[in-house]
Design a binder for this molecule. Structure first.
Ligand code: FMN
Length: 153
């Protein structure tokens, strides 16, 4: 399958997981493209006046995996802006978010909710996952995510 990974990551947590998913997909023989979406003026504390540096074209991919951090109890604004650039459709996709605080309700759950809302008429979401960076079982949870998200056949 032709798979795109579309990732927003500032300090590297979300991208580190994407690298693992990408490697697992390649091992299974998939054709993988990784897109790191960035803001021209990235400032993690800013939610207004953000301009995207790149908006990859996702046409022709069989499946797209999105990854983004939680910021201010919600999905990162860079990912929110990127979703706004997508046209209507039913592209197969999955999404994970990373967050730091100990409970999912402290940002992770809301981030997924926002992603689903903003992509409802654009993407057909197959799988979602939330990784809590402070959780002592983090490595196991990441392993589980990589296993699930790279299981595409
Ligand atoms: C400005 C800012 C706001 C954040 N807000 C939250 C939050 O509301 N809830 C949470 O659990 N983590 C929050 N975090 C932590 C990040 O979501 C977490 O460290 C994430 O894994 C960072 O991903 P990245 O390394 O890919 O950028 C925040 C981080 C920053 C910089």
């Amino acid at each position: 399958m032709k798979v795109a990974l579309v990732i927003h990551s500032y300090t590297g947590n979300t991208m580190g997981i994407a690298d693992k998913i990408g490697a697992a997909l390649v091992r299974k023989g998939h054709d993988v493209s990784l897109f790191h979406i960035k803001a021209k003026n990235e400032n993690p504390n800013q939610i207004k006046g953000i301009e995207l540096e790149n908006t990859p074209n996702l046409k022709g991919f069989d499946h797209v995996i999105f990854g983004a951090p939680t910021r201010g109890m919600n999905l990162s604004m860079v990912m929110q802006l990127f979703l706004a650039t997508l046209s209507e459709g039913h592209q197969s996709a999955s999404v994970y978010v990373t967050h730091f605080f100990p409970f999912k309700w402290m940002g992770g759950s809301q981030s997924i909710k926002t992603f689903l809302k903003l992509s409802s008429n654009k993407l057909d979401i197959q799988k979602t996952s939330i990784i809590n960076w402070k959780n002592k079982n983090r490595d196991k949870e990441i392993q589980c995510l990589v296993y699930q998200f790279s299981d595409l056949d």
